[in-house]
Design a protein around this ligand. Structure first.
Ligand code: GLC
Length: 427
C-alpha cells in the first residue's frame, strides 16, 4: 500500500491535529452546520465575525513541541468550505474576514521554524460550494425546495475546484510532508448521494500530490489506498495488518470528543488517558495524532493546554520509550504495554503492581532494568515457576508463564502518569 518512505513518520509517533475554521465561532462542534441544517448563506455570516486577534502559532508550536509532538496536520478547509488561506478559487476565505490575511501561511511558517513536519488536512466535502451536489450529509439534505432548485449541481465542476485548491496548497507553502484528505462515503449503507473516488477523481489527485511533492504521505480517505490508514477515535486492538503484514497507521483522537472548539463540552480526557493512548498506539505499531480546536480568538483552550503540559511532563522523562519505538514480540503482562527500540524494552505499567511483575519469555535475556524516570535500578530474579516450587500453593497463572523474570518494584508508585521500566536486553 505504501509508495512513499514512512520512516520519519513512524519514528515521530506523535503529532498535533488542529481543527480551526469558522465553526470555532458557533463553538458547538465542527458539524453544527449539518446538525442544525443551516443554509450555506446563513452560515457564511460567521465569516464577518472571524477575527482571531490572539492567534499566536509560535506559542501553539511551543506547546506542541514540549508535549513531544514532531509533526502537525491543520485543517486548510473543513466540510463548511471555508479556506484558511488565500485561495484563488473561492471568496469564502480567511483573507475576506476581519482577520484579513493568510492564516495558514503563518501557521506553517511557525511550525516549520520550530522543527515540525507539516501536514495539511483538506476536506473533500464542501457545503459552501455551489456545485457540490446535495446529499445525505449536506446541511440542506432535508430541504426539498433547496434540493429541487439545486438539482443540476455538477460534481465535475466542484472536483475541478478541489483539484485547484490542492494544487495551490502543494505549490504555495514549501515542502508538505502529509496530505490528509477527509472523507469518502460512497456505498455506505443508508447513505444517498455518497461520494468516492469517481467523484473526487482520486487517482488523479493522488498522482498530482506525488508529482508536486515527491515523498509526501497521503492518508487513506480518498477511497483509494494511501500511505497510511487512519482509525478515528478508537484504538485498534493490535497491530493492523494487510495480507498478514503490518501497515502504517495513525489513530486520530480528540481531547473532548469534538474536533472543532466546543465551548460547553467539558468531557476532557485525563492526561493519564492521553499518555496511555500514545503508548498503546506505539505498542501496536501506530502513531497518535492528537487534536486541539482553537477558539475564535485564536487561543488554545486552557483545558487543552493543561493536558498538553501534563503530557509534556511525562514526555520529558519518558520520550525514548515512544519516539523511534515500536511493538515488541514479547507478550506484555496484564495491565501493561511493551514498546521496544533495538535492545531496550519498555514496560509501561498502566496499574501499579503489588511489588512483583512476572515477565514471561524473558529468562536469560535481561541484562539490567531500571525505572526510566530516575534511572533507579529495578532488581530482578529469574525463576522457573512451572513447578510452583517456591510455594506450597498452586498458582496456575504463574505456572503457565514457566521460566520468568520477576521484577521487584518499590511499594510507592513513582510520580508519573504512567511509570515505565526500561529493560536492557542482552544482545
Ligand atoms: C471526520 C469528521 C470530522 C473530522 C475528521 C477527523 O470524518 O467529518 O469532523 O475532521 O473526521 O478525522
Amino acid at each position: 500500500m505504501t509508495s512513499s518512505d514512512t520512516t520519519w513518520f513512524t519514528d515521530a509517533r506523535f503529532g498535533l491535529f488542529v481543527h480551526w475554521g469558522l465553526y470555532a465561532l458557533p463553538a458547538r462542534h465542527e458539524w453544527m452546520q449539518k446538525r442544525e441544517e443551516i443554509h450555506p448563506d446563513d452560515y457564511a455570516r460567521y465569516a464577518d465575525y472571524f477575527d482571531p486577534d490572539r492567534f499566536d502559532p509560535v506559542a501553539w508550536a511551543e506547546e506542541a513541541w514540549n508535549a513531544g509532538m514532531r509533526y502537525t496536520v491543520i485543517t486548510t478547509k473543513h466540510h463548511e468550505g471555508f479556506a484558511l488561506w488565500d485561495s484563488t478559487v473561492t471568496e469564502f476565505k480567511a483573507t475576506n474576514t476581519p482577520a484579513g490575511r493568510d492564516l495558514l501561511r503563518e501557521f506553517v511558517d511557525a511550525f516549520r521554524a520550530r522543527g515540525f513536519r507539516i501536514g495539511l488536512y483538506h476536506s473533500l466535502i464542501d457545503w459552501h460550494h455551489p456545485e457540490f451536489p446535495v446529499d445525505c450529509i449536506h446541511p440542506m439534505h432535508a430541504n426539498e425546495e433547496f434540493k429541487a432548485k439545486e438539482a443540476g449541481r455538477d460534481i465535475t465542476a466542484y472536483a475541478d475546484c478541489l483539484h485547484a485548491q490542492v494544487r495551490e496548497l502543494l505549490t504555495g507553502y514549501g515542502r508538505i510532508d502529509i496530505l490528509w484528505f477527509d472523507f469518502s462515503y460512497a456505498g455506505r449503507p443508508n447513505a444517498w448521494g455518497g461520494k468516492g473516488k469517481d467523484d473526487w477523481r482520486s487517482e488523479e489527485l493522488l498522482a498530482m500530490a506525488r508529482e508536486l511533492q515527491p515523498g509526501i504521505l497521503v492518508n487513506d480517505r480518498l477511497d483509494v489506498p494511501g500511505d497510511f490508514t487512519t482509525p478515528e477515535q478508537f484504538q485498534p486492538s493490535g497491530p493492523l495488518l494487510q495480507d498478514g503484514s503490518p501497515v502504517v497507521w495513525e489513530a486520530c483522537q480528540t481531547i473532548n470528543g469534538s474536533w472543532g472548539y466546543d465551548r460547553d463540552n467539558r468531557a476532557f480526557k485525563s492526561p493519564e488517558l492521553l499518555v496511555r493512548m500514545l503508548i498503546d498506539g506505539v505498542s501496536k505499531g501506530g502513531n497518535l495524532l492528537l487534536n486541539v480546536g482553537p477558539n475564535g480568538r485564536g487561543d488554545l483552550d486552557p483545558a487543552s493546554v493543561e493536558r498538553l503540559r501534563a503530557v509534556a511532563d511525562w514526555m520529558a522523562l519518558h520520550e525514548r520509550a515512544v519516539r523511534g519505538a515500536g511493538p515488541s514480540t514479547h507478550p506484555a503482562p496484564a495491565d501493561c504495554r511493551y514498546t521496544q527500540r533495538g535492545n531496550r524494552l519498555y514496560l509501561h505499567l498502566f496499574t501499579w503492581p503489588l511489588r512483583h511483575v512476572h515477565l514471561a519469555g524473558l529468562a536469560g535475556k535481561v541484562a539490567y532494568a531500571q525505572l526510566l524516570h530516575d534511572a533507579s535500578e529495578v532488581r530482578f530474579q529469574e525463576r522457573d515457576d512451572s513447578d510452583s516450587a517456591h510455594s506450597n500453593l498452586e498458582d496456575p497463572t504463574l505456572a503457565a508463564l514457566g521460566h520468568t523474570v520477576t521484577l521487584t518494584l518499590p511499594d510507592h508508585r513513582p510520580d508519573a502518569v504512567v511509570p515505565v521500566v526500561e529493560i536492557f536486553l542482552r544482545d
